[in-house]
Structures are given as C-alpha cells and as structure tokens.
Write a protein that binds this ligand. Structure first.
Ligand code: IDP
Ligand code: MG
Length: 138
C-alpha cells in the first residue's frame, strides 16, 4: 500500500549543487513527489524538528548546520516508502554507506550527510506535519 515519508535535501548538498542529482535518484527509486519546497529554516525550527536528539553531543552542531543555508523539504510516496528511502539514502556515516546510495555519492561526513529520511511511521507523521500544512499535501 502506498506510504508517505518525509525527506530533506540538507544544506551541504544544496550548497554543493546536488539538488538535481538527488531528485533524479529519488525519481529513479520510484517515489512520487507529493510536495516539495526549498527554503531556509531557523535554528529554533531545526531544534524542534530534531527534538528526539536533544541532549546528544552532536545536537547543537546539527541544528546549526541545518539552519546554515537553504534546504529542500519533501513529502514522498510509494509502496514501502519509509524503508525504501532509508535504503536509497545509505548509512548515516557516508563512510559506511553502500555504493550507489545517496550518502555514498553526495555526502562528506556523518554530520553533513546530504539527506534526511523518516525512520518509522510515527516519525514520518510527525515530520510531515511539522513542515507541511494539509493544503500543501492534497
Ligand atoms: P539518520 O539521519 O541516518 O536517521 P540519526 O541518528 O537520526 O541519523 O541522526 C540525525 C542526524 O544527526 C544525522 O543524519 C547526522 O546529520 C547527525 N548525526 C548523527 N550522529 C552524529 C554524530 O555522531 N556526529 C555528528 N552528527 C551526527
Ligand atoms: Mg534519524
């Protein structure tokens, strides 16, 4: 059954000029783009989004990085979208990512790793609702 997931092309990949290449990989992966917007976010907005990681040693740097320049927010849809996007993304640390994955091809480090993807149904629902209003998803 078609499932929705939430994804971000992170500021490093936008700065490096990889929006088109990453969207092509997402397209080739069989995902439908339900909604997409390029924008900058504040550090406070990043902190709310990543609240599950509050208190971890990388939290402040992560929120600083996510608010350091424009990013691309997306809602994607396909059968098994959540797991399939995680597979297409590759491991959090690009050094451990499988060949052909987005992080292997486009990410530099564990901190600046090109793409975000929801990790479960509940997080996908929270993340979609955090960044998109209902009228943007029809
Ligand atoms: P994920 O993005 O693969 O789901 P999470 O563990 O949920 O990985 O971490 C969220 C984000 O926080 C990562 O994508 C990465 O940008 C950053 N991050 C995670 N672990 C580290 C770390 O050890 N050092 C620096 N940044 C990290
Ligand atoms: Mg995660």
């Amino acid at each position: 059954m078609a499932q929705r997931t939430f994804s971000i092309i992170k500021p490093d990949a936008v700065r490096d000029g990889y929006i088109g290449a990453i969207l092509a990989a997402i397209d080739k992966g069989g995902f439908k783009i339900v909604s997409l917007k390029k924008q900058s976010i504040s550090k406070k907005q990043a902190e709310g989004f990543y609240a599950v990681h509050a208190g971890k040693p990388f939290f402040d740097g992560l929120c600083e990085f996510m608010s350091s320049g424009p990013l691309v927010l997306m809602v994607l849809e396909k059968d098994n979208a959540i797991a399939d996007l995680r597979k297409l993304m590759g491991a959090t640390n690009p050094a451990n990512a499988e060949p052909g994955t987005i992080r292997k091809q486009f990410a530099k480090s564990i901190g600046e790793n090109a793409i975000h993807g929801s990790d479960a149904e509940e997080t996908a629902a929270f993340e979609i609702g955090y960044w998109f209003a209902g009228y943007e998803l029809v």
